[in-house]
Design a protein around this ligand. Structure first.
Ligand code: PLP
Length: 221
């Protein structure tokens, strides 16, 4: 069984346990820092949905593959600076990390200019960690209203729980916040906790190391 098949079967089992349809959860394969041959192996198995957290790395990896794999869809899952909004809109199919009014405005302007209207998620800093991206939970309603006014198509919420916390309370909080705003999308769950996230309503799990193995050090390769 390949790692992809293993993750797929664990996703199905978790959906079944939660009384959910398997198709209600998408697998975003986080290819950041992975060597091209591992990413290509996944493409050859027919997987087309990937996540990247750095714009430049994503451009270098995916622009050359565009012709060979036209069905690939890319989610941006890292911190995005407003001045990179246009480049991100040009390459990505979903931006998961909208976390400020300034970024929302820059994205909306870029989408308008490129006539390319892609869905977005708002990233919420559920652990209120100062070094982490995301809007504070109490500022979410205002940012959501701003995004809507700017014309962004907000599909849901995304969070990355603090590394030292149990993830479940963060997933529960995000689920509650999404419900209050009438949003269905929930980007929660990574390699170590995606089954828990599926129980809390995840619609997009972001899995890196469990699919690709531990990131290799370029120097030893
Ligand atoms: C790297 C990364 C992931 C994947 O994490 P794994 O633990 O390797 O599955 C998920 N989400 C974000 C935002 C990431 O940066």
């Amino acid at each position: 069984m390949t790692a992809l098949q293993d993750i797929r079967s664990r996703m199905s089992a978790a959906c079944k346990d939660a009384g959910r349809k398997t198709e209600s959860v998408s697998l975003v394969a986080v290819s950041k820092t992975q060597p091209p041959e591992k990413v290509e192996a996944l493409l050859k198995q027919g997987h087309h949905l990937f996540g990247e957290n750095r714009l430049q790395e994503a451009q270098a990896r995916w622009l050359p593959l565009e012709d060979a794999y036209p069905d690939v869809k890319l989610h941006f899952i890292g911190h995005l600076q407003s001045n990179k909004a246009a480049e991100a809109v040009a390459l990505f199919d979903v931006i998961e990390t909208v976390d400020s009014a300034k970024l929302a405005d820059a994205l909306a302007a870029a989408m308008e200019k490129q006539d390319r209207h892609i869905p977005c998620f708002i990233q919420v800093n559920t652990g209120e960690e100062p070094q982490k991206g995301g809007v504070a939970p109490q500022e979410l309603p205002a940012l959501f209203a701003h995004c809507k006014k700017a014309g962004l198509d907000i599909k849901g919420l995304m969070c990355i729980p603090p590394a030292d916390d149990l993830p479940a309370p963060h997933f529960a909080l995000l689920h509650k916040l999404a419900g209050e705003l009438g949003l269905e999308g929930l980007s929660i769950g990574m390699s170590g906790d995606f089954e828990t996230a599926i129980r809390y309503g995840s619609t997009h799990i972001r899995v890196g190391t469990a699919l690709f193995g531990i990131r290799e050090n370029n120097l030893t390769k």
